[in-house]
Design a protein around this ligand. Structure first.
Ligand code: ZN
Length: 134
């Protein structure tokens, strides 16, 4: 299923997979450079993104560098998955199993999960708002 969004820089319509609507931002390489300069993401969206897939993938889907994602996490105080998390997930561990194995306390995992749930709520609201505008 595809959906049409508009390039964040020039407004050209882009047909994309519906599941990527909130992430793909620009239509071309020419638009990617100015986009990277003004890269905007809110803390909730960033938190969700870095726990859904590795930073490299997140960076690619937002058309920015790994470093830009890292800096933004630091600025917003967004917790990133610890080193080794994605390897554990890849070998079949659950989110919780992976974090426990990497030395996280249960309380810390619960705190993160609460933040993730809250971020998901506000992201869902943001998506339905932007759909109304389109
Ligand atoms: Zn464009």
């Amino acid at each position: 299923m595809t959906e049409t969004i508009h390039c964040a820089i020039c407004g050209t319509p882009i047909n994309i997979c519906a599941s990527h609507v909130i992430r793909r931002a620009t239509c071309s390489v020419e638009c990617r450079v100015p986009w990277q300069r003004k890269f905007e993401i809110d803390p909730d969206e960033l938190l969700l993104a870095v726990w859904i897939e590795p930073v490299t993938t997140v960076a690619a889907s937002f058309d920015v560098s790994d470093i830009a994602i890292g800096k933004r996490c630091k600025r917003f105080g967004v917790i990133k998955p610890p080193r080794g998390y994605w390897a554990k997930i890849q070998y079949g561990a659950s989110h919780e199993q992976a974090l426990l194995a990497l030395g996280w306390a249960r309380e810390k995992i619960e705190m993160l999960d609460e933040r993730l749930a809250a971020a998901e709520d506000s992201a869902r609201r943001a998506v339905s708002n932007s759909c109304e505008i389109v």
